[in-house]
Design a protein around this ligand. Structure first.
Ligand SMILES: [Zn+2]
Length: 284
């Protein structure tokens, strides 16, 4: 019985492959994030991100199950948005399943073995699929978005999410770079965004504007808090996030810290370290 089911599944997969008139896109749920499999009419395939390691290779297995359902016997190309574990972690297991797949990413501080570097602006061409690598640091220094020219779609990794706002980590993150990356995207005609987490975004210009505006609003709030006499990050958070539960304040402190680093870099704010206490004051 199992054999019959397997043969039937293989036959259905073959039909699926033969009847593919256009590009197919498969959206694979991996650890709350998403990997995306694109298949050209010829059957050539490309996978964006590989999910998380662990859980008995659950994410790579979900990717493999999707490939089988799509009628594929192999995945040809792998592109990785950035080095965080929930995007690149599944790569070793995916490689074991598809040893001939070519993997590519932007060079990072920690080199990954047997991975081909992608340069900023480089075009990755496969049969009917052209992805342009857009270097978009801010969430991570090696972060790439991939702009799919034929579909005017963007794979945004963790730069833009389907829900909520992106994290700017203390290590490798930069709000200044992040905003510059968002502004870089404004020059592209993007019709749809496939984010690394959350649902597909159907109105990209509105989302990108919302993201930029959100950060500008926070910056104004930080400047207002400094004007009003707040000196420490904790004082600024208490003022800006007065209506947010205190349990979330440590997260808010990270956000305010990111803004202060940006403002310090722009010479609009000075940081003062005194007797183990860090305070900030406006310049000019
Ligand atoms: Zn990330």
């Amino acid at each position: 019985m199992l054999r019959a089911v397997t043969v039937l599944a293989a036959f259905a997969a073959l039909l699926a492959a033969q009847n593919r008139p256009t590009l197919d896109i498969y959206w694979i749920d991996v650890e709350g994030g998403a990997a995306t499999l694109i298949i050209a009419p010829s059957g050539e395939s490309l996978l964006v991100d590989t999910g998380f390691p662990g859980n008995g290779d659950r994410d790579p297995q979900r990717i493999a199950a999707t490939a089988v359902a799509a009628g594929l016997t192999r995945i040809d190309n792998l592109v990785i948005t950035h080095f965080h574990g929930d995007h690149i972690g599944g790569l070793p297991a995916v490689r074991r399943l598809y040893p001939h797949a070519v993997a590519r990413k932007f060079p990072g501080e920690a080199p990954v073995s047997a991975i081909e570097p992608v340069a900023a602006g480089e075009l990755i061409r496969h049969d009917g699929i052209t992805l342009q690598a857009i270097h978009t640091p801010g969430h991570a220094t090696d972060h790439l978005c991939f702009y799919w020219l034929e579909e005017q779609a963007l794979f945004s990794g963790d730069l833009i999410l389907g829900e909520g706002t992106a994290v700017i980590p203390r290590v490798g993150g930069s709000l200044m770079d992040y905003l510059a990356s968002l502004k870089r995207l404004c020059s592209l005609d993007i019709r749809r965004i496939y984010p690394g987490h959350g649902p597909v975004i159907e109105d990209p210009p509105a989302k990108i504007t919302e993201y930029i505006e959100h950060r500008h609003m926070r910056e104004r709030q930080v400047l207002d808090a400094l004007h009003a006499g707040a000196r420490t990050i904790r004082e600024m958070v208490a003022r800006i996030y007065a209506d947010v539960p205190r349990g979330l304040h440590p997260l808010a402190e990270e956000t305010v810290w990111n803004h202060l680093v940006k403002l310090e870099g722009e010479r609009r704010v000075r940081r003062i370290q005194e007797a183990g206490r860090e305070t900030y004051e406006l310049l000019g």
